[in-house]
Ligand binder design. Structure first.
Ligand code: SF4
Ligand code: SF4
Length: 432
């Protein structure tokens, strides 16, 4: 694609990298075929190619975003299905990130929209504040019928029950064996640690049982991706910088073989720290190191450990594996989670149209409820077609979204692997 940035515009490093991305696009439109928002709306501007044109036009012509442009950029799920399909290797992820930041800088959002986005940005990345909010919504839920539909739907996404933590909070969780084969840091997350603490507990137990020491740095909370995808660059960068400095210090001082993420949305962002800080003289090497060290838990288990499977069940479970977009499109992790489940002797079922998003996408199911509901409906129909006993996935957002649309239990892949290597059975599978 031809571009017409001036030399002065290209002095801006973000413009420069977006120009390189834009030049790779041959506007063939193949990406539209796998774009969920295009599939549902049929509108060119609701597809990747249309959004690419909108971003190009804003950046080249220094055009502030208007309501229409903001809506089309906001309605992108950042599922990156388009990147998997694109034959020209267009890095849509970096382009839409730049586009979102630009919209946030130049568009004056309606007051309610701005307020709601600010509330999400302030509450979700802070576990203690999010816990208060979750408890508050539990109280409000029975009378939520008096609230507008939009708020009612948002409240319904909050958990009915906040599970209590089963393992003691500590900084270092030592390996169980006499030898320690590796030392890893774990990102325990913000929303996930409140609504599903069992995911971190399974991760720690499973790693410790396989002679891996796990370090949880208490000051690390959010990976920054929630604000990053809301276009709130400054707030996201506060989290990024804090995390890079803390983990890098730990890496230098005590050594780290990996940084483990058990939420694929967060892992995708951690793996992008190197790119985000590519022009920062102080941080670029450290950020690159953090990205290199980051592994999804399933990637780490499959590639580094020989798991001690203890599946004594005569029954073979049929497990539908739902690959989160951030896992399959963002991190290109396809086979590892399925390999792990297959090792347990159970049956992995592929979900039809598995490349399509379930509609969760960070805060998307709160901000774009109609589209998110349509995508959820399609996803649940496709999962139910293969009649699984339960569903396994690697992203808390998908677990919440899909769990709200079907009675089939949904658990994290690491909970399955913990259970089938000697850990407790996930409570959602207690009837199995
Ligand atoms: S498939 Fe790739 S090259 Fe073709 S329009 Fe989409 S982004 Fe551009
Ligand atoms: S990231 Fe997903 S929703 Fe956004 S343009 Fe690409 S395929 Fe469509």
């Amino acid at each position: 694609m031809q571009t017409s940035f001036t030399n002065q515009q290209l002095e801006n490093k973000d413009n420069k990298s977006s120009e390189t991305i834009l030049r790779k696009c041959v506007h063939c439109g193949m990406c539209n075929a796998t774009c969920p928002t295009y599939a549902i709306s049929g509108n060119e501007l609701e597809g990747p190619r249309g959004r690419i044109y909108l971003i190009k036009d804003m950046l080249e012509n220094k055009k502030p975003a208007n309501k229409k442009i903001a809506q089309h950029i906001d309605s992108c799920l950042s599922c990156y299905g388009c990147m998997t399909t694109c034959p020209s290797g267009v890095n849509y992820m970096h382009l839409i990130d730049h586009g979102r930041n630009y919209v946030e800088e130049t568009y004056k959002r309606p007051l309610l929209d701005k307020l709601f986005r600010n509330i999400l940005s302030y509450t979700l990345p802070k576990p203690k504040i999010f816990l208060i909010l979750a408890l508050l919504t539990k109280v409000i839920k029975p009378v939520s019928f008096i609230l507008p539909q939009f708020l009612r739907n948002s409240i319904n996404l909050m958990p009915n029950k906040i599970p209590s933590k089963k393992i003691k909070t500590q900084k270092v969780y030592p390996s169980e064996g006499r030898k320690t084969v590796a030392r890893v840091a774990l990102l325990t997350g913000c929303v996930q640690r409140v609504i599903s603490p069992e995911i971190n507990e399974s991760t720690i137990r499973l790693l410790n049982r396989h002679d891996v020491e796990v370090v949880v740095l208490p000051k690390i909370e959010c990976c920054g991706s929630l604000n990053h995808h809301l276009g709130k660059k400054e707030l996201a960068h506060v989290s990024f910088v804090k995390n890079i400095e803390l983990w890098h210090k730990e890496y230098l001082k005590n050594g780290l073989d990996a940084i483990i993420s058990n939420t694929s949305g967060c892992g995708t962002t951690l793996k992008d720290y190197g790119f985000i800080f590519r022009n920062d003289k102080e941080l670029k090497k450290k950020a690159k190191k953090i990205s290199e060290l980051t592994k999804d838990i399933t990637e780490y288990l499959d590639e580094n450990l020989k798991l001690k499977i203890k599946n004594n069940n005569d029954k073979k479970y049929k497990i539908a594996y739902h690959s989160a977009c951030s896992m399959q499109h963002g991190q290109k992790i396809h086979e590892q989670p399925k390999n792990l489940i297959k090792q347990t002797g159970n049956i992995v079922l592929e979900v039809p149209e598995g490349h399509m998003c379930c509609g969760s996408a960070g805060t998307y199911n709160i901000l774009h409820q109609k589209m998110a509901k349509s995508l959820l409906k399609n996803k649940v129909e496709n999962i139910e077609k293969v009649s699984p006993d339960f569903i396994s996935t690697g992203n808390i957002g998908c677990m919440t979204q899909i769990g709200g649309g079907t009675k089939i239990p949904i658990v994290h892949t690491v909970e399955v692997m913990d259970w089938l290597t000697g850990g407790p059975k996930p409570y959602k599978l207690k009837n199995f």
